[in-house]
Write a protein that binds this ligand. Structure first.
Ligand code: NAD
Ligand code: DAU
Length: 339
């Protein structure tokens, strides 16, 4: 079994590469990644010498490069993590989101059609459903919830999802889609809420909470997401969408206070700043379908997952300190300087 994992030098993709190489010692895992600002080859250092692993630095939008890789590797499956992923960046500059998230998906699927494939899996997001109101805790996103994306990021992901389903219906491509809630865990780029707050708190810097801090996200430990994708690519039904989430809703301000408490830092570091444009209020997944069809349930409780994530950040300071001391400083100044 040969699987091309795109975006494998990023947060979830790298966790998936580690998970698959360990769980399936006879699989070949080929990582295709452009190494954008979010991709980090040092993350993959522990598997670079593994004979079952290959890293290829290419852009999923580059048809020739993608075709070449298919000719060399004859993959059985493609799992597409590669994307621009940060909502705030998509508000500043949507263009690259349309390129990588939509066109890149089309290029990969065209190669799958041309060379044949057992499964193309699209790693999507709960953000394609838009948001839910705070005063209706009884409402959840199901796979039947209409697509109603809010940001350039989530609308590009939604566009890709529509294309994936269209390639299934029109060309019979064997596809699946997973739509997961917010992930956290090792190797998350420190532009995202949890690693940003951990990095800032450790440096005694202000903790910038957007708006009133009452927005709700449904947090899932990254390994549980990897396990869900593993189940879907092996046992999921072709042409189907599976929502992935763990009924673990938390307000942003709760998350930031938990991080302060775990690190022994004062809540006086919390600084309310201007809100994100179009800021989604609440995400909440109904995971009944993946539970009933594939037996998936989240295994890591938030209380344990956040402790593990903080411990990882303390033990791997070099990994994230290298990032936050580089180009990231310009990003931070641009995003937070006058907020
Ligand atoms: P990330 O930003 O940490 O990593 C993205 C990776 O994709 C990077 O290694 C980057 O170099 C690579 N990449 C970007 N554009 C590329 C291109 N054109 N060609 C090849 N490689 C390219 O992202 P993440 O948080 O790990 O998210 C991975 C996937 O999971 C994304 O598709 C995202 O939409 C989806 N997702 C993320 C979350 C979350 O909470 N992080 C939740 C649900 C779904
Ligand atoms: O729901 C899945 C999505 O989760 C993925 O599809 C996206 O790729 C991923 O980035 C994430 O999107 P969010 O916008 O929910 O994540 P982010 O970490 O950027 O923000 C989480 C919440 O925290 C959100 O309500 C905005 C808020 N926030 C974020 C940052 C970076 C702050 O209050 N302050 C901050 O500095």
């Amino acid at each position: 079994m040969t699987i091309i994992v795109t975006g494998g030098a990023g947060f979830i993709g790298s966790n998936f590469v580690f998970y698959m190489l360990e769980k399936y010692p006879d699989y070949r895992i080929v990582c295709l990644d452009k190494l954008t600002y979010a991709g980090n080859l040092s993350t993959l250092a522990p598997v670079m010498e593994n004979p079952n692993f290959r890293f290829v630095k290419e852009d999923i939008c580059d048809r020739e490069a993608v075709d070449r890789l298919f000719e060399e590797e004859h993959p059985d499956m493609v799992v597409n993590f590669a994307a621009e992923t940060h909502v705030d960046r998509s508000i500043e500059d949507p263009d690259v989101f349309l390129q990588s998230n939509i066109m890149g998906t089309a290029v990969l699927m065209d190669a799958c059609r041309k060379y044949g494939i057992k499964r193309y899996h699209q790693v999507s997001t709960d953000e394609v459903y838009g948001d839910l109101p705070l005063d209706r805790p009884d409402l959840f996103f199901t796979e039947e919830t209409p697509i109603h994306a809010s940001s350039p990021y989530s609308s590009a992901k939604a566009g890709a999802d529509l294309l994936v389903l269209a390639y299934h219906r029109t060309f019979g491509l064997p596809v699946t889609i997973s739509r997961c809630s917010n992930n956290y865990g090792p190797y998350q780029f420190p532009e995202k809420l949890i690693p940003l707050m951990i990095a800032n708190a450790l440096a005694d810097k202000p903790l910038p909470v957007y708006g009133d801090g009452l927005n709700v996200r449904d947090w899932l430990y990254v390994e549980d997401h990897c396990k869900a994708i593993d189940l879907i690519i092996h046992k999921g039904r072709e042409g189907e969408v599976y929502n992935v989430g763990g009924h673990n809703e938390k307000q942003n301000i709760e998350i930031v206070k938990i991080i302060c408490k775990e690190l022994g830092k004062p809540e006086s570091l919390i600084a309310y700043v201007g809100d994100r444009k179009g800021h989604d209020r609440r995400y909440a997944i109904d995971p009944a379908k993946i539970h009933e069809e594939l037996g998936w349930l989240p295994e890591t409780k938030f209380e344990d997952g956040i402790k593990k994530t903080i411990q990882w950040s303390l033990e791997n300071r070099e990994w994230w300190e290298t990032i936050v001391s580089g180009e990231y400083q310009n990003y931070y100044e641009k995003m937070y300087g006058n907020r």
